[in-house]
Write a protein that binds this ligand. Structure first.
Ligand SMILES: *Cc1c(COP(=O)(O)O)cnc(C)c1O
Length: 474
């Protein structure tokens, strides 16, 4: 079989094979290991030299399904608590398949009016979901890293303009370094975005008043004062990754207003606190920001890759990311233009479809219920940690992350970091539940994050049991 044209009639059959494998795979998620070391070897069966003569569609798909359904990390299942990783709701998963079926180029209206217009609807629904004012716009991007990049790209454009410069045309040459302020909660991806934008990741001035990274507002105010009116950027963190804590957004918005600074909020997962009256105080003030970055592949539970940037002045997107000057392409303001000219990517899949589908299927109340359930599960985990004589909680639990360590009676403080590192490694090797370690306020800790729609109380209880079991054996 040498040519897909010879195989054109089997496409629907190939998709049926995927569907046939999907049922058992999805059914297995509740019980299977997150990572099964025994199955990992199957990946190698996909290797070997590049085939000269292809297998044909159906055998190739069959081999991929066989290896993939066994060797894949079950991160869409209920017990992957590592990083901050959501699953895919049934509607989002089906819509993601639809995006591949339709294979739109959501570059612009000229390439896919459908992809473009669904993106407009999805972005507006997201804006409404998080209570941001009408008039804001945005773009769907691959991740929160790219959402930070997009937002800070707009901030860069604004900052240049304040100094009479056009950074889009001329770059940063001849300008002073762009001052950026944040708390110790600033995420590595915001630094990476600044690095990609040419500011350098160390342009961030961290104003922290303690080892956990809580913001030092007075120090930030002094730093802004010292600029003597020169424009600056403040990055506020709505949900930091170690304990899920928040910078005080209203206070940072006040500083931004007083100093004429651009306020960017990294709310990759924390933005979803706005969905519940029990946690919405954490995002109070976010409507005063200039840009907000977040992920739909985290707490909205749509498949990867799904980030979004929301911008108070949406026309900045086209100014910062348009590509004028290619005769065969539309410009950002042309009727045939679109989101590929409002963000870092040009050709892009119709990633609006899963977002539209999950919001259409479950609505505001369904997603609120999910956020509230996860916040409740985090409290359940915190209680279990507090009750266990060999576990120690290290931080408050404002949202969906529980930061704790194992601390068996009789183990010296000086040995606890090493012990917790070994427990973290043992947890990943064991594979029944997944959680990673971090360093919180100088101490090695576990920091499970609960944002997957499938997670139940039993999964949380198993996490506690497995951590305690392994800590006794490492
Ligand atoms: C996950 C995360 C990011 C980066 O998101 P990606 O989608 O992995 O690029 C940025 N900021 C915060 C606070 C995060 O939790």
């Amino acid at each position: 079989m040498a040519d897909p044209l010879d195989d054109r009639d089997v496409a629907a059959d190939a998709l049926r094979r995927v569907t046939a494998a999907a049922g058992p795979y999805l059914d297995s998620l509740a019980g299977r290991k997150v990572h099964d070391a025994a199955a990992a070897g199957l990946t190698a069966t996909l290797g070997g030299p590049l085939p000269e003569r292809g297998l044909g569609t159906l055998p190739a798909v069959a081999r991929l399904l066989e290896a993939g359904t066994a060797a894949a990390t079950a991160s869409s299942g209920p017990r992957f608590f590592h990083f901050v990783t959501g699953g895919a709701t049934p509607a989002a998963l089906a819509a993601d398949w639809t995006a591949s079926l339709l294979d739109q180029n959501s570059f612009a209206r000229a390439s896919s009016a459908f992809g473009n217009d669904v993106e407009t609807i999805a972005l507006d629904w997201l804006r409404e979901l998080f209570g941001l004012p009408p008039g804001w716009g945005g773009a769907l991007v691959a991740s929160a890293t790219f959402a930070n990049f997009t937002s800070l790209g707009c901030a860069t454009h604004w900052w240049g303009e304040r100094q009479g410069a056009d950074t889009v045309r001329d770059g940063l040459a001849g300008l002073p370094r762009m001052p950026v302020f944040s708390s110790g909660y600033v995420h590595a991806s915001a630094r990476k975005a600044l690095q990609m934008l040419g500011h350098g990741r160390d342009t961030v001035r961290v104003c922290a008043r303690d080892g956990a990274g809580r913001v030092d507002l007075a120090a930030m105010a002094r730093g802004l004062d010292a600029l003597g009116g020169a424009p600056a950027v403040i990055i506020a963190n709505a949900g930091e990754v170690n304990a899920g804590d928040f910078d005080p957004l209203d206070d940072l918005a006040g500083l931004a207003r007083d100093h004429g600074a651009w306020l960017h909020v990294d709310g990759a997962f924390g933005l979803f606190a706005a969905l519940s009256p029990a946690t919405s105080h954490l995002t109070r003030g976010i409507e005063r920001a200039d840009s907000v970055a977040a992920d739909a592949h985290k707490w909205l539970n749509v498949p990867y890759e799904s980030g979004f940037a929301l911008i108070r002045e949406p026309q900045r997107l086209g100014a910062a990311f348009g590509m004028p000057g290619a005769a065969y392409l539309p410009g950002p303001q042309d009727p045939g233009g679109g989101y590929g000219l409002y963000g870092p990517e040009s050709s892009r899949r119709a990633r609006a479809l899963p977002i539209w589908a999950t919001l259409a299927a479950y609505g505001r109340s369904g997603h609120r219920a999910m956020v509230e359930r996860h916040a409740g599960l985090a409290q359940r985990l915190a209680r279990a940690v507090d009750e266990a004589p060999d576990l120690e909680r290290l931080a408050e639990v404002p949202l969906c992350i529980v930061c704790f360590r194992v601390r068996p009676p009789g183990v010296a403080e000086g040995d606890l970091d090493d012990l917790n590192r070994r427990v973290g490694a043992a947890l990943l090797a064991d594979g029944r539940v997944f959680a990673g370690t971090t360093v919180y306020d100088g101490r090695v800790a576990l920091r499970p994050a609960i944002v997957n729609w499938r997670t139940t109380e039993a999964d949380i209880d198993l996490l506690v049991d497995v951590v305690r079991e392994l800590s006794a054996t490492v």
